[in-house]
Every structure is written in C-alpha cells, then in structure tokens.
Design a protein around this ligand. Structure first.
Ligand code: C6P
Length: 414
C-alpha cells in the first residue's frame, strides 16, 4: 500500500465548524480563535441536542423505577456504558464506571485501592510530568497508609527516562500511574512499554487518558493497563462526566470509594453488603444527562474518525511549531519526539499572563499558567507557559492569527 493510499481522507473543517455554534462569535471585536481545547473542547450540536432531547423526553432517575420514563432513562444510561466499552475496546461493560471526570477517577483508584491494599513501605510510581490530579490523590493515600511516592524523571525536552524508571521498579512497587499525553508539554508517553515493565515487576498500572482519548485511538486491552481514566468534556462531551475503566479483577480488589444509594445490595444498621460492578462504585444519582450526551460525543468523534482528527491536529501542531519558531523571542517548551496537539511556549521579557491577555484582546483564547503541572514548571526552571491546544475544528488560518497575536505581544511588550 502506498502512503497516499493509507493516509486518511482530509477533513471538511468548514463543515465541522458549522456544527459548533459557539465558534461563530466575536470576542473583543475579533472572530473567536479558540485554542484552549486541552482545558475543555467546545460541543457539537449532536451533543447539545442530545442533552435537550434527554431533558425534554425521558428525564427520570435510573435503576430505580418500574415506570416507563425511568426504564427509558436507564436504557439510555446503560447504552452509553456500552458505547464507552466499545470506544475503549474494554472486555465488559461492567468495567466502565461513570465518575465526574479524570480527577475523580484517579481519586477513586487511589483511595479504593490504597485503603484496601497499601501498607507502610509499599511504593507508588508516578512521573515528572503528571497533572496535579495524578499527584495529590497518591500523596494523600501515601500519607494515610505509610506508602512512598516515587517519581520517574524526565529530560529537558520532556521525555521520561525509562532507564531511571526501570531502577525505580522494585518488589515494593504496587502501582504505577502515568499520564498518556502530557497536558503542558504534549508528550505522548510510551505507555505500552511502561505498562509491560510495571507488570513484570508485579505492579498494577493506571493511565491518565485525559489528553489521549480525543486524539488517539485507545484500546485498553491492547495497552494492557489495569485502569484508564478520561473526562467527557475534553472529548466534545459535557462537563461533569467522565470514566474510570478498570480490569474486572483489579476493580473487584478495591474497596468502595463513596457510600450511598445504588452502591449497596443490603443495608441494616449492623452491616451493609455492596452491589456488584459497576454499581458498587457509583453511589448516588449519577449525571444521567451527561452520560447520555457522552454517548453522542463518542458517536460524533467516531463518525469523524480519530485517524482523520489525529492527522489534522498533527498538521496544525507542526504548522504552529514552525511558524512560532520564526519569532526569535519565542521559546517552545516541550519538544519530545512523540507529541500531540499542544504547543507550549514562553517569550523573552513577556510574562505568560501578559501573553494571554494580549492574545485575548485579539479574540484568541489560550491558557497561561502552570496548567496544574507545577512540578513540570519547577523541573524546567520556569514559572508558567502560554499554551495553544488544538481540536478538530481549528484551522491553519487560526494558527496564523495566533502567530500575528504573538508578534503583537513582542511589539507591545517591547
Ligand atoms: N487538564 C488543562 O487545561 P478533570 O479536571 O478531572 O476533567 O481533568 C484533570 C486532568 C487530569 N489529567 C490531565 C492530563 C489533564 O490535562 C487534566 C485536566 C486541564 O490542561 C485543566 S487543568
């Protein structure tokens, strides 16, 4: 097969943009250029309509009623669980736990696994480029149990040092939790290798997929990990809904995280017995509308095609990287060989906050700050970066607008 034959067909980005009403507005008198997609993506009409349809036709509580609406809501809810199973190629839909987002998914594992399995002297390994959501829950659980946190170091260009990781793995290692795609550097980590090495040492593996599922096809069985977390709102879905996938045996070993309705089988004042998977980890009324609309988001992404999305975004990242490099005051942060959809940079004599403010005056939305990865900033000796992050609806014209905006920053700040 030639390269031309195997390359995915290009996207009709104009048509895609028509599906995102929010993009068609002016901000500060200029057409909105939304480049803050790693924080949250905008939502297509298919997702917005599904939310409206849910609330206007079948809204009721799930798993609780014999009445028709409750049954329809339950069917829609469980249909979304099956859609997530299929999206991740999980073996069984009981392995799909609905949570609020990646942060809650990691907290669930840290506390559920930590409380039932960790002992003083046990070790958890994370990496130097974790989001705070994949640091703080482990620190909390280490404090409670006497386990120790170990950190895989990284290079200046933002790549994990696997030989150091190999040295950190010991018979005391219980769990390795690593980000698949870094939100502040864009690095795509070699998670298959990381997982295989952890398993050889007898440790479980959790992957933070918050910045992966919207850019790369994810097959949890092929990755071989034990837990995988993602947020719906970074995948063109609603805020407030996310997923923890866990291998059935790994989930079975965990203590429940929160108590309440739905997660129980029987309750007396003397003793409670717990429900089966997945309900054991879903206490209380879930975000039913969010779950139902998440299915619409997965359908939408699958219809566009992750291979075409990835190819389009790779073009934008390369174009942005090259174009920004012409400005000698720009220094790119994060230059790993494998990267995805994030371009982080600093500028000589310009604080990232000022870069963000001046870009906003041009209608351009980027994120500035430490991106909830303070240890990454400390490691690189910087306080913050400006970050442009891309989605399927972004265009080369928008990259041109970003580059003009950055040139204006250089002019204004002298
Ligand atoms: N990163 C960003 O602008 P929640 O907030 O639970 O949906 O996701 C947390 C999270 C976990 N891991 C990674 C790699 C992430 O990027 C995020 C969220 C956003 O980069 C908000 S800080």
């Amino acid at each position: 097969m030639t390269i031309a034959q195997s390359a995915p067909a290009p996207l009709d980005v104009d048509a895609i943009r028509q599906e995102f009403p929010i993009l068609h507005q002016d901000v500060r008198g200029k057409p909105l250029v939304y480049l803050d997609n790693a924080a949250t993506t905008q939502k297509p009409l298919a997702v917005i309509d599904r939310l409206t349809e849910y609330y206007t036709t079948i809204n009721a509580n799930v798993h609780r009623g014999v009445h028709t609406l409750s049954q329809k809501a339950t069917d829609a809810f469980e249909s979304a669980r099956e859609a997530v199973r299929s999206y991740l190629n999980a073996a069984d839909d009981r392995e799909v736990i609905f949570v609020r987002g990646t942060s809650e998914a990691i907290n669930l594992v840290a506390h559920g696994y930590g409380r039932s399995r960790l002992e003083p002297g046990d070790e958890i390994i994370i990496s130097a480029m974790e989001h705070h959501s994949n640091i703080v829950p482990w620190q909390m659980v280490c404090e409670e149990t006497g386990a120790k946190l170990r950190v895989i170091p990284m290079t200046d260009s933002g790549e994990l040092l696997l030989e150091e990781y190999a040295r950190l793995l010991t018979p005391r290692t219980r769990l390795v939790s690593v980000v698949y795609v870094s939100n502040s550097l864009g690095t795509v980590n070699p998670v298959r290798e990381i997982t295989a090495m952890a398993h050889q040492a007898g440790a479980l593996v959790m992957l933070d997929g918050a910045q992966a599922v919207q850019h790369l096809p994810v097959d949890v069985q092929e990755l071989g990990c034990d837990f995988f977390a993602f947020s719906g709102h970074k995948l063109y879905g609603p805020t407030g809904i996310g997923v923890l996938w866990g291998r059935q045996e790994a989930l079975e070993e965990m203590a429940p995280y929160q108590g309440g309705g739905e997660m129980i089988r029987t309750v007396t004042f003397e003793k409670t017995t717990y429900n089966d998977l997945p309900h054991r980890f879903e206490a209380g009324t879930p975000d039913i509308a969010g779950v139902v609309a998440l299915e619409a988001a997965l359908e939408w992404v699958s219809a566009v095609g992750l291979d075409r999305i990835a190819a389009h975004e790779a073009d934008l990242v390369e174009y942005a990287t090259t174009s920004l490099s012409f400005n000698r005051r720009v220094q790119l942060i994060g230059e790993a060989k494998e990267r995805s959809s994030v371009v982080s940079f600093v500028m000589e004599a310009a604080h990232p906050h000022d870069i963000g403010t001046i870009l906003d005056s041009e209608g351009i939305a980027v994120r500035t700050g430490h991106h909830c990865t303070q240890p990454v900033m400390d490691r690189l000796g910087i306080a913050a970066t400006a970050r442009a992050s891309f989605a399927v609806y972004n265009t080369r014209d928008e990259v041109d607008a970003l580059v003009s905006g950055v040139n204006k920053v250089a002019e204004v700040l002298g």
